[in-house]
Design a protein around this ligand. Sequence first.
Ligand SMILES: [Zn+2]
Length: 504
Amino acid sequence: MRYKISAPHPVNHLIEIEMTVENPSGAEMSFQLPSWRPGRYELGNFARNVQRWNAFDEKGMPLPFRKTGKDLWQVNVNDASAVVIRYNYFAAQLDAGGCWLDENQLYINPVHCMLYVPERMHEACEVSFDLPMSYKLATSMEKLSDHVLKAQDYHELVDSPVIASPTLQHKAFTSGSTIFNIWFQGDCKPDWNRVVEDFKKFSEEQIRTMVDFPVNEYHFLIQILPFRFYHGVEHLKSTVLALGPGSNLMEPALYIDFIGVASHELFHSWNIKTIRPAEMLPYDYTRENYSRLGFVYEGVTTYYGDLFLVRSGVYSVDQFFMEINARLQKHFDNYGRFNLSVADSSFDTWLDGYGPGIPNRKTSIYDEGCLIALMTDILIRTKSKGQASLDEVMRTLYRDFGKRKIGYTESDYLSIVEKLSGESMADFFMDYVYGTEDYEPLLSESLSLAGCQLVKRSSTFDSEKYFGFKTILSEGKTIVKQVAPRITGRYSRTGQGRRNYQCE
Ligand SMILES: [Zn+2]
């Protein structure tokens, strides 16, 4: 497959894409655009950003085509020796998982905008960029020349975001045999010594725990925005982080978030990109890929993202507990915990997983998933008398499934946890992962086993403390954001942690 990308008029945000497929077989050929992107388990319907789409033969003569699905085109090949598709894509979503074009950069997540031929996904992909020579490319894809990239197959192509810009800032470091690259796009002045030192610490800690790294080279691609922003998306050989405002990058509040999301996304290189639920191996880009294992691929990753930071000395112990407290706060603020289990909420990310949704309907694979990981870790350590931990669970998944390219199932996860803890964990999974049992008693017990105490405090806000509703101040108006349901005796309120957390 060959793709050519150009951007003749950056101000209109339209990327021009030409895809050439040699030697078509059969009278018709299908061209599919993904309907979602791995990392965000909901439909994205990227075809809505395609403004114009046409098919030609090798001589430039138009070929007839029609749409047979919302993101599927059928081309009448006739006797053409090559099919050339020319289309454009509206790149106006600047976050960690989107596409953006302006006069300063061309940034693509190929999963949004690169078509594929379903029966030829295994073929190598070559992508050439028609850009000014001053533009550098930051990506994990192999570089055939300055502006020509190669992916082994379509799966690698769509797992490899690209930032092309004349203003990229770059440093690299090595850790064992792995090269790590850090790229910044956007207005900021990173304290490189500190950034490299901290990234090196948590990367080495992760590799030490997991024994080795799944790939030889990794790229942190960081989009810096001029306003408050926080987002991260994982890939096997890279991650994109979008953060802002750039002027505050090295200020404690944003820097802690920056390091936090970087560590989280790096661990995904093992947990989801290599250690994959069977139902997502391989990914099916055309439809929902339902899984109830979000408490592992996001919950365990959320737990470890912060744990690696405190283990490697990048976070203080106090900072780590602040992160755990933020999860606890969100858990106790969310009365959906009594309605939908974390496993079922994982399945339902495809329905309403990324917006607030109706009140108190669901839980979060990030927050409840993290607390499940914390309790699982403490239970394994206790039951095995300190002989095993969640570390060993993840190493086992990596060694026995991830490295062998075998997808794991829900029962695989349960049996590894049970084997390492030395006794049945069926009740724990039934009650807390697949059920809506109140976490509080077990959380309290587990934390006390780890030498901690779960302490509840009354909210300092009268509306929350006395009346059970939360308010926010927006544009001079007080708005009621949440009302506690009447569930006598089953919940409690504290009053901190109003924080937006979005990493994928
Ligand atoms: Zn994640």
